[in-house]
Design a protein. Sequence first.
Length: 122
Amino acid sequence: MDKREICPVEATLEMIGGKYKALILWHLSEDKLRFSELRKAIKSATPKMLTQQLRELEAHNLIHREVYPVIPPKVEYSLTDTGRSLMPILVAMRDWGANYLRKKDMEPCCFMMDTDPIAQTN
């Protein structure tokens, strides 16, 4: 793809598209987390899939992976400034989804309804 012909929506989806990427980013908006903590938070993700999604987010500079030189190894994931800049988009997606569900007479119920990552990054 020619650099002059890149669609901005496509570029955004390239970075956050994926079954668990938005969930990972949302959880990391609250604090640094270890792999095991992310696994507990996103129970439906297999370790292989979670690892793949984390690597892709890191490659796009949306998250930072900090490896501590201790035994046993300690690794923490956190949002980069670029990752934090996506929070308004994720909040808008949450709010749109919640409104859509309410129009369908369903009550939105998930962990995202209990936090406001934009307030936490300011």
